[in-house]
Design a protein. Structure first.
Length: 197
């Protein structure tokens, strides 16, 4: 039976850009399945008074340079620094939640991050989100209405509660059973742990 690694992601997280562009292929190559689990890391960070880059210009500048270096290392496009933060209402996050239940979260996450990082278009804004959804042959009006439904809001909140109960405080996070690995730079460690246990 194929082992499964959980991938907790927040579409407003900068480092998650790297993970959505490499986690699926790496997990597949290693014989693992990857379960995409969008959640609101923003809510958890606010609860913990842990906003890592807000009001911290030196740390923010380092983060962008680090992201650029890591993107180059993994052959992931990085053209310029996009607007940050984004997805204020977490609409794109809720669309990702719907996409996860329907099986198209990987494609959506990559397309949403492509809009944000490569075109500087906030995927949380309806006009940009609609274009992303159209590129995936999805009906924007239908998908956005579903993403705003109470059912999907509750699912998003429930996934956030699962993340909270696991002690997750950042995105991306990878979990096998209850073992948590935080950060794109821990993806390989998470895969190794999953395979060994």
């Amino acid at each position: 039976m194929q082992k499964q690694l959980d991938f907790f992601l927040f579409l407003g997280s900068t480092y998650t850009y790297l993970a959505v562009n490499r986690a699926e292929a790496l997990a597949t190559r290693e014989g693992l399945s990857l379960r995409w689990r969008p959640f609101s890391v923003r809510s958890i960070m606010i609860e913990q008074n842990n906003r890592p880059f807000v009001g911290k210009p030196v740390k923010l500048a380092y983060m962008w340079r680090d992201l650029e270096r890591r993107a180059q290392r993994h052959n992931i496009p990085f053209t310029s620094i996009p607007n940050y933060p984004n997805d204020a209402d977490e609409l794109a996050g809720r669309v990702a939640t719907l996409a996860a239940t329907e099986g198209w979260c990987p494609a959506f996450a990559r397309a949403a991050y492509g809009a944000w990082f490569l075109e500087d278009k906030d995927p949380g804004r309806v006009e940009h989100l609609a274009a992303v959804l159209q590129s995936l042959a999805k009906d924007p009006d239908k998908i956005i209405a579903l993403a705003n439904s109470q059912e999907v809001r509750d699912r998003y909140a429930a996934e956030t509660e699962v993340a909270r109960s696991l002690g997750i405080f950042g995105s991306p996070s990878f979990v096998y059973q209850r073992e948590v690995f935080w950060g794109d730079d821990r993806l390989e460690d998470a895969i190794d742990w999953c395979k060994a246990h």
